[in-house]
Design a protein around this ligand. Structure first.
Ligand code: DQA
Length: 143
């Protein structure tokens, strides 16, 4: 199976960006965690600061992915375009956040993406991605 792991804006700066919230691991470290958890599945791991690029990748996932994991970062709270793209998928979608947005500023409490998510993992740092990969594989196997 092919698992897409998509990352939104500013996550290229993971490790340097507000480390007290997001930790010291880099996005390259997160990619390795995902690959180590993949258990033979192929991980397509990408990051973009651009909403339209993320939409294009979600549309690409329609053709080849068995599950999609997404940390939409700030677009979580703003993007109807990402929601609409995710709604076209018929595979498991896992929304993943390093921090727990529900415990932060009020503007982070609403997620458009959650409306199209099979499940959400938040507040567990980089290990959330590892858990998301494992959950995605379980969902694929039990489908
Ligand atoms: C985030 C939470 C979002 O509110 C924020 O805009 C991010 C990262 C997280 O992983 O905790 O950029 O998605």
């Amino acid at each position: 199976p092919v698992l897409y792991v998509l990352n939104g804006p500013n996550l290229n700066l993971l490790g340097e960006r507000e480390p007290e919230i997001y930790g010291r691991d880099t996005l390259a470290d997160v990619q390795k965690l995902c690959e180590n958890a993949a258990d033979g599945a192929r991980i397509v791991f990408r990051q973009s600061n651009h909403e339209g690029q993320l939409v294009d990748w979600i549309q690409e996932a329609r053709k080849e992915a068995s599950a999609l994991i997404i940390n939409p970062a700030a677009y979580t709270h703003t993007s109807v375009a990402l929601l609409d793209a995710l709604k076209t998928l018929s595979i498991p979608v896992i929304e993943c956040h390093l921090s727990n947005p529900a415990a932060r500023e009020a503007f982070r409490h609403h997620s458009y993406v959650s409306l199209a998510a099979t499940g959400v993992i938040a507040g567990l740092g980089v290990q959330g991605y590892e858990l998301a990969v494992k959950a995605a594989l379980n969902l694929i196997r039990s489908a």
